[in-house]
Design a protein. Structure first.
Length: 159
């Protein structure tokens, strides 16, 4: 039995199978990595839904300042009401937690910021209108808004 095993080892048969197994595992890992990159990368190029909503946060003076926001939903998180109250926003601390959403508003040339946090409880009239556009610009971040006209060399193409 020992001579058969040593003859088998000298011929190199186990090393061929070990090498073939390692190559198969390597190919599976490369294919898996390419699949992961494809799935995660497609979300970068796939257009997101653009929402339009009214945001009416509470103020310490009690007045209601409603703002229309247009942008993309990025993420949300739960925040302690005490943390929100300590930032100067009057909220009901008995509620415990508030959902805070991060919106990408773009239009840095108008607002000065690309992103903003909003409290979900004070966002209302949320809709995803067909006539809202998202345009990627080289400067000032994305543009989110309503398209009024398309011009080329001062000639009106569409309105």
């Amino acid at each position: 039995m020992k001579t058969q095993m040593s003859t088998w080892m000298r011929r190199g048969t186990p090393w061929v199978w070990l090498n073939a197994g390692a190559v198969a595992i390597s190919i599976l890992m490369v294919v898996g990595l390419l699949a992961l990159l494809t799935v995660r990368g497609m979300s970068h190029f796939w257009p997101r839904d653009v929402m339009q909503a009214n945001y009416t946060p509470p103020t310490s003076s009690g007045e209601l300042l409603s703002t229309q926001v247009i942008g993309e939903f990025v993420e949300s998180e739960m925040v302690l009401s005490a943390q929100i109250a300590s930032s100067g926003i009057p909220v009901d601390e008995a509620q415990g937690f508030y959902e805070r959403q991060l919106l990408k508003l773009g239009n840095r040339d108008l607002t000065g910021a690309d992103f903003t946090w909003v409290l979900r409880d004070f966002v209302h009239d949320v809709e995803y209108p067909e006539n809202v556009v998202a345009l990627e610009r080289r400067e000032w971040g994305n543009f989110y808004g309503h398209l009024s006209a398309i011009k080329e060399d001062s000639n009106l193409i569409s309105f």
